[in-house]
Design a protein around this ligand. Sequence first.
Ligand SMILES: Nc1ncnc2c1ncn2[C@@H]1O[C@H](COP(=O)(O)OP(=O)(O)OP(=O)(O)O)[C@@H](O)[C@H]1O
Ligand SMILES: [Mg+2]
Length: 194
Amino acid sequence: MYDAINSKYTYKGTDILKNKLDIKDEELLKEYETRIVAFKIATISTLTIKMEYSPERLKFIHKYLFEDIFYFAGEYRQENITKGNFRFSEYVYIEDNIKQIFQKIDIEEMKKMSFNEFIKILSYIMTELNVLHPFREGNGRTIRELIREVCFDCGYVIDWYEINHDDILKASIKAVFDETEQIKMLRRSVKKVI
Ligand SMILES: Nc1ncnc2c1ncn2[C@@H]1O[C@H](COP(=O)(O)OP(=O)(O)OP(=O)(O)O)[C@@H](O)[C@H]1O
Ligand SMILES: [Mg+2]
């Protein structure tokens, strides 16, 4: 849980994110958000995005997934946040750091890699983006959609819904220190298109 009571993104005196539905009940908001975003995730692959792999693409995904719910959809966060004991990157560095991460996404190079090399770089990109945590909310789903698109453009598929959400979460939390589990998960789940 974010340390969110004094956040400019939350309703005064609560840790509930201000939202376009103006829902001030945490569970109800979670329920609506989950459903709407699941619908958006199911439809985003039909858009055939012709964007380069730049930070703009991640912003576009975030905007598409969250624009019905949050005012900050498609915009980087403007405050520092923590989860568990982990403090994500200082927000002032997001703009610079995200460019460096995207420089590592080179689809043509990634297509030439062995499966194991490909999985390793995929895991690395996921971890770097998670540590950066560019958005105030919705980072996991946005990053996973980007990873799905990278896989697709390199001739692979991944269906995140085939993996237990808790397993994804645990692996990504550990990955900050040790990517072994996340790499294993990706190796099991990423399939070559035949
Ligand atoms: N203690 C932690 N240390 C590092 N990363 C964490 C920690 N707790 C959560 N995360 C990462 O943050 C992500 C959740 O971020 P956020 O809530 O912004 O995204 P989401 O799309 O709402 O969530 P989810 O990924 O659960 O669907 C998780 O997927 C996980 O990768
Ligand atoms: Mg969340």
